[in-house]
Ligand binder design. Structure first.
Ligand code: SAH
Length: 257
């Protein structure tokens, strides 16, 4: 089922009514997978009231403590934002977001649509966990939609793309070879931690003055759709780099002699 592969992730929602409104918007459009990251109040009667009948979605909602947990197993993560952020990120229009999410889901990939807090949106760190950012082109003078309304707009775009793709043959990106599949969001996170460690060890990254280095590297790797095989090579290089920085290679060479 294509639409079941697309999850809606609400981060740090403060008003339970918005959770109910989002569940209703989802159910209207055929989406069913709701993940709540650290909601302020849930379960809640207000959420049930606003869901007006979409209670099955609330009951089935998965509640987790951190965004990383909500993204386990996701190949594509789309983060929504009401405004521009510091570092420009690859952007998708809502329509392209619907098409891309649907295409990936049709190929069996798990996709996440991530929405932020009512008052503060998503943090830069959370946005940098996303492959793309999606902005609903609202009036710049009043750009922020109600959370459930934003869910409604993107759920509608997903539905339109899904209806258009029904009955169409599935486009295979390439002939899959073992290990050729793109890595999941959580594997990318472990890679970034490893990369950061290596960059600190070789003295390229000063943890006291990190600037935007990791953000820029996240953007670079995020748009490369790294495969599992390639990820293993990169991780291998990092492991050897750290060993070299610690002088462990030197010792091994000597031992070999
Ligand atoms: N004051 C916050 C607004 C958050 S609105 C801010 O400036 O970021 C709550 C959430 O609704 C956002 O995090 C986003 O997920 C969604 N949202 C609201 N307006 C949006 C827009 N124009 N485009 C995309 N998402 C939007």
């Amino acid at each position: 089922m294509v639409l079941e592969n697309i999850r809606v992730v609400l981060v740090g929602t403060s008003h339970p009514g918005n959770i109910g409104g989002a569940a209703r918007a989802m159910k209207n459009m055929g989406l069913s997978q709701l993940v709540l990251v650290d909601p302020q109040e849930f379960p809640s009667d207000e959420a049930v009231a606003r869901a007006s009948g979409a209670t099955d979605i609330l009951q089935g909602a998965q509640v987790v403590g951190a965004l990383e947990e909500a993204l386990v197993g996701c190949r594509l993560v789309l983060g929504t934002s009401a405004r521009d952020r510091h570092i420009p990120w690859p952007m998708l229009e809502p329509r392209e977001c619907g098409v891309t999410a649907c295409e990936q889901a049709r190929q069996g990939a798990q996709v996440a649509l991530v929405f932020g807090r009512e008052y503060a949106g998503l943090t830069n760190e959370e946005l940098q966990r996303c492959h793309y950012h999606v902005h609903i082109p609202s009036d710049p003078a009043f750009s922020s939609l109600n959370l459930a309304a934003a869910v409604q707009v993107l759920a509608y775009e997903v539905r339109m793309a899904w209806l258009a793709s029904e009955g169409q043959p599935i486009k295979q990106v390439s002939v899959a070879e073992e290990g050729d599949e793109p890595v999941m969001a959580d594997e990318l996170e472990s890679f970034y931690r490893h990369l950061e460690q290596a960059l600190v060890e070789i003295g390229f990254l000063d943890p006291l003055r990190p600037r935007h280095l990791m953000s820029r590297l996240r953007r670079l790797y995020g748009r490369s759709s790294v495969s599992r095989l390639e990820m293993n090579i990169l991780r291998g290089i990092l492991t050897e780099t750290i060993k070299a920085a610690r002088g462990e290679h030197h010792k091994r060479e000597k031992a070999d002699v």
